[in-house]
Design a protein. Structure first.
Length: 244
């Protein structure tokens, strides 16, 4: 029997999200082989939509014990385009810089995904979310189950400073901030639930070695917990006075 015929054909369905974004998150995954399927889900304390979309696909592929032909189905253009259009590979070659002075967001997960897809023969497929796709709808239910579970893990790769970058990153045209109705000050109405936002100051804010700026505070909706990063809170990190 030819070797290619011995490689199993797997279907992987995945969906993920955070509520709010960023906030509690989770993913749901279905693996299907010869009419049999297994379901997986996991929730996280604080993460983003895009990280959960990536993590769901990664988790599903990690369950495969042998080289496989895999059809991946996801409603995330962020994931599909990042691989099929070669963006993740380009970022990796550029030392995870998307542009000269702009690092690629979620580089830890993109690197994991690139490493694991190299072990298989994988085709990525985009499906329209909330459009009656049976497996996609089920993965969405699993992701929501994960978000509402009591077993929420820490997303150790998530960095709060990514919040503003992810919302304003127009590379994928998925989560652009609309120019109108911006949240700028205490008392402005949350764009999601229209509750007046309040000011919050992060505790134990850590400045990374290569970080050039940070947010001294952010605005928070006390009702739905949506966070808003504002330019007035942006602070430059002082440059060290190196003697040599």
């Amino acid at each position: 029997m030819p070797e290619w015929e011995e490689i199993p054909n797997i279907e992987l369905y995945s969906d993920g999200g955070a509520e709010p974004n960023p906030g509690k998150g989770g993913f749901g995954v279905i693996l299907s082989y010869k009419g049999r399927s297994k379901e997986f889900y996991q929730g996280y304390q604080l993460t983003t939509n895009n990280r959960m979309e990536l993590m769901g696909v990664i988790f599903g592929l990690e369950q495969l014990k042998t080289k496989s032909n895999v059809e991946v189905y996801t409603d995330s253009k962020y994931v599909v385009n990042g691989i099929t259009k070669g963006w993740a590979e380009k970022w990796k070659k550029n030392n995870w810089y998307r542009k000269k002075n702009a690092k690629a967001v979620n580089s830890d997960l993109w690197e994991q995904l690139l490493n694991i897809i190299a072990k298989h023969q994988i085709n990525f497929n985009w499906v329209k979310g909330h459009d009656g796709h049976k497996e996609n709808e089920k993965c969405d239910q699993l992701a929501n189950k994960a978000i509402n579970s009591n077993n929420l893990l820490e997303d150790v790769g998530y960095e709060p400073s990514d919040t503003f970058d992810e919302q304003s990153d127009n590379t994928f045209n998925e989560t652009k901030i609309k120019s109108k109705n911006k949240i700028l000050k205490i008392g402005d109405s949350c764009r999601k639930c229209h509750t007046a936002v309040i000011k919050k100051t992060p505790k134990n804010k850590k400045i990374k070695q290569d970080q050039t700026y940070y947010f001294e505070y952010y605005l928070l909706c006390p009702a739905c917990k949506t966070m808003y990063m504002v330019e007035e809170a942006k602070r430059q990190v002082p440059k060290p006075n190196n003697l040599f």
